[in-house]
Design a protein around this ligand. Structure first.
Ligand code: ZN
Length: 252
């Protein structure tokens, strides 16, 4: 998700979060800007040479992430955890035993968000990862910032709305820290990591004690996502993370 896709068109559900949250549209992913390495950095707080996921497809013979993730740490502490994803290869980051439930209900965000909403209605997990494929798919097939990709971002906004409505209905939206971000941006028909538009990502936080309508001064890295989630949950990483909690999101 290139930040322009959120900033430069009307996306009511994203806007609801950032207008009432703390955000940056100039956050950065790691230089290995593709799905598996970048999501692994987001969920572990370390870069590719530590977490070890250098490849970008489902290759079970290569094994799983080498470092703890926010999910392995939360699961060890007895928190309920769930991942609902559009791409099965993300299993490399969230192997069995590190997350209570890992589901891939469909490729596009509609089925993913409906499953996530159902889980919230059934009893909201304490830590949840929801992954949408649509902008990446349409970026590769039609080009970054093509008409099809702007449309895919609008569809993601509707899917985000399905999840926010479930949180609203459960009465937990204001008690839930919601972070919306992306694994990478792109240019042309891909994302090699060599251009700023490949590594610049949106990063939006909304929730209890989070500042409202605050543009972050801090330089935010995707690795800070893991550190911020652990900080919010009161969990301590077992090894040093490269990411740091974005404490600036919280009101004093
Ligand atoms: Zn891609």
């Amino acid at each position: 998700m290139h930040p322009a896709l959120i900033q430069k068109q009307t996306l009511p559900n994203h806007e609801r979060l950032y207008r009432n949250g703390a955000y940056s549209f100039v956050a950065r992913t790691i230089s290995t800007a593709s799905t598996l390495p970048s999501h692994a950095a987001m969920l572990s707080g370390v870069d590719v040479y530590e977490h070890g996921l250098r490849w970008n497809n489902w290759r079970p013979t290569l094994g799983f992430i080498k470092t703890p993730t926010i999910f392995s740490l939360a699961t060890e502490e007895g928190l309920s955890t769930s991942a609902v994803v559009g791409k099965f290869k993300l299993r490399h980051i969230l192997p069995q035993g590190t997350v209570d439930s890992f589901l891939r209900p469909g490729y596009f965000c509609r089925k993913v968000s409906e499953e996530a909403a159902q889980q919230i209605r059934n009893g909201q997990p304490e830590l949840m990862f929801v992954h949408f494929s649509d902008p990446d798919e349409h970026g590769h097939s039609s080009g970054w910032l093509s008409a099809a990709q702007w449309q895919a971002a609008r569809e993601c906004d509707r899917c985000l709305g399905i999840i926010l409505s479930a949180l609203d209905a459960a009465g937990t939206l204001d008690d839930t820290l919601v972070i919306v971000s992306a694994d990478h941006g792109g240019h042309g028909s891909g994302h090699s990591g060599i251009r700023l538009s490949d590594i610049q990502i949106p990063w939006i936080a909304h929730g209890p004690n989070v500042r409202r309508g605050h543009v972050l001064h801090s330089k935010v890295s995707t690795m800070d996502t893991a550190a911020t989630v652990l900080y919010a949950l009161g969990l301590v990483p077992k090894a040093r993370l490269r990411g740091k909690p974005v404490r600036e999101i919280f009101a004093q």
